[in-house]
Write a protein that binds this ligand. Sequence first.
Ligand SMILES: [Ca+2]
Length: 366
Amino acid sequence: MHIKVLLISVLAFFATACADARDERFAIEEIASFNSPWAMAFLPDGRLLVTEKPGQLLVVTQDGRQSAPVGGVPEVDHGGQGGLGDVALHPGFADNGLIYLSYAEAGENKTRGAAVARGKLTLTADGGTLADVTVIWRQVPKVSGRGHFGHRLLFDDDGYLFISSGERQKFDPAQDMQSNLGKILRLRDDGSVPDDNPFADRGGVTAQIWSVGHRNPLGIAFDARGRLWNVEMGPKGGDELNLVMRGGNYGYPLVSNGDHYNGNDIPDHDTRPEFEAPKAWWTPVISPGDLMFYSGELFPAWRDNAFIAGLSAEALVRVEVDDDTAREAERYPMKKRIRAVVQGPDDALWLLEDRKGGRLLRLRPR
Ligand SMILES: [Ca+2]
């Protein structure tokens, strides 16, 4: 009798375990691993460019073969949250070979700031070289510390470059119109300012500004309707997903649904309706590291959903977005800090884990 009970228990345990495995939404394939990877971008030939925070740019095949570091990459200031950051292809890459890199750049007297450089990438069978490298944008001013660079890069369909710029853990610059910290910027592909930017007539770095009052915006993406969204780290609580409006002010550090780490209150968004409130926000935090909207065929139920790479959440977070609202629909635990998420040319979800040994993963339907 006892043996029979035990046997049934064991069978029940395995049945549950198998059911759990079948319930997983995707098969996860490990493609490669890196030294603190930060960003990736697919090339027209199907390979990927992957950045590593210490300063390496690598060409990687979809089956995980990695090139030697691409030569000609600018020197980066590696430490804290700083180093080599995002990589983006010019919309005309197939013809002009231009790529854009964001990174932390050292200044005088131990100051630092994010910079964006572009260069011409010549690809070979087993790697590549970057030439004619020019810095097209810099954070102003350079300040002390090694946090909150932001510096994600995104081109729109008209060839304008959006840059997310963190407030460098200095709070007030996010509201200072003489600084481009704590802002989202919009530039032409050569770094010059488009005439139709919301503050173009004010000149200087003010003219670069598209939106104001951001903290550490680590993800920017367009939805299927061409609307711009961003994710940003809240302080103690209050991570945000924002619909980014031309000239909008998102209120940091005057409002936040989180509070300062020292315990000081920051009034919540609903106390100051003149600032744009997030469409979704998280307390406890997820620490959003990247943002994308899915448009592929492999996961048809998830088309037009947003995906957020969760660092402290150690998860991929799926968000359903409507006209004017957004809500977390599901969270997929990955057991590692997730730094980046992109949709591959195969319509699979490709993830980069954070930190040393961070893996490149491919997620496809099970
Ligand atoms: Ca608050």
